[in-house]
Design a protein around this ligand. Structure first.
Ligand SMILES: Nc1ncnc2c1ncn2[C@@H]1O[C@H](COP(=O)(O)OP(=O)(O)O)[C@@H](O)[C@H]1O
Ligand SMILES: [Mg+2]
Length: 282
């Protein structure tokens, strides 16, 4: 379809219209169809939120986008590279251009904060220890941690600090694309608010494109430019929040119901008021 664009030198290739393009994705896990006929474009610079019921296949979709699972059919292109057909070396290049914050933070418990964040740099095998130290300290500061936090073990950290360390690690290779799986899950309301504010600020500062799975309406309101709704094995909508919230689908009504109640029946007007309070999508 792209007339062999992948073979042309990078300098001759126009910027892709989407950083991620999914077409006709069929995902089968242990004989069960998880996604069918799923299409998705993630545009450069946007913050796309993925919502859907528990077990609807959100994490599996992220894993597909990361090349950790292989589609039964369909294509996934990230930065214009078809993941399934990427040579191993190409896949490594693509992987260095994205960062991932897994649902549980996924820090190595036997490593210090410093060593957790330094890991992707050490895997490059091309940087000297002094450079690694400088980069890690810069990244810790960028996510609101202190240099002395580097010596701590993950077990000594609060939930909010674990997320910050995991974010520092996700950003250590200066990726263009950031994947967040339930970034505020398990945080108390204050830590959640602070973490959302940090993501907003970093996203703007670092010009990140972000794909985020969340079940938290406040996180959506504060961060998302567009919302993709996973239901009935495919994306039933990919649109602005205000439009998605009007969809006549049981999952969507249930998802936003609690929030609508909190807006005391003001409906979408209440949504917008909350958006204004949060400063709107970054
Ligand atoms: N490796 C796997 N093998 C078999 N089934 C799986 C595997 N990974 C996920 N699933 C199934 O796929 C479905 C979607 O899971 P998941 O993507 O984790 O949902 P979500 O993140 O939306 O809660 C679930 O029914 C889950 O049991
Ligand atoms: Mg999940």
């Amino acid at each position: 379809m792209d007339g062999g664009a992948a073979e042309r030198p990078a300098s001759a290739v126009a910027a892709p219209p989407a950083l991620i393009e999914v077409r006709g994705l069929l995902t089968v896990m242990a004989g069960t169809v998880i996604h069918r006929d799923l299409d998705l474009d993630v545009r450069e610079g946007e913050m796309l939120a993925l919502i859907g019921g528990s077990g609807s296949g959100k994490t599996t979709l992220l894993r597909m986008l990361l090349g950790l699972e292989v589609p039964a059919a369909g294509t996934i292109k990230v930065f214009g590279h078809p993941l399934g057909r990427c040579a191993r070396i190409d896949l490594e290049c693509v992987r260095h251009r994205w960062g991932v914050l897994f649902q549980q933070g996924a820090l190595f418990t036997a490593l210090t904060v410093f060593d957790n964040v330094a890991l992707p740099l050490r895997e490059l095998k091309s940087l000297d220890p002094g450079m690694i130290e400088t980069l890690v300290m810069m990244k810790l500061t960028q996510v609101g941690l202190r240099p002395e936090d580097g010596a701590k073990m993950p077990s000594e950290l609060s939930g909010g600090m674990i997320k910050r360390v995991a974010l520092a690690r996700a950003l250590i290779l200066d990726p263009q694309l950031l994947f967040l799986d339930e970034p505020t899950a398990g945080l108390d309301p204050d830590s959640s608010k602070q973490f959302v504010a940090l993501i907003r600020a970093l996203r703007r500062e670092l010009r990140l494109t972000v794909v985020m799975v969340t079940h938290d309406v406040d996180t959506l309101l504060a961060l998302a430019d567009r919302v993709a709704v996973l239901a009935d094995r495919h994306l039933i909508a990919v649109d602005e929040l205000a439009k998605v919230a009007r969809l006549p689908h049981p999952f969507v009504s249930n998802f936003f119901m609690g929030h609508l109640q909190r807006c005391e029946g003001q409906g979408l007007a209440g949504f917008r008021a909350t958006l204004d309070e949060a400063g709107g999508p970054a």
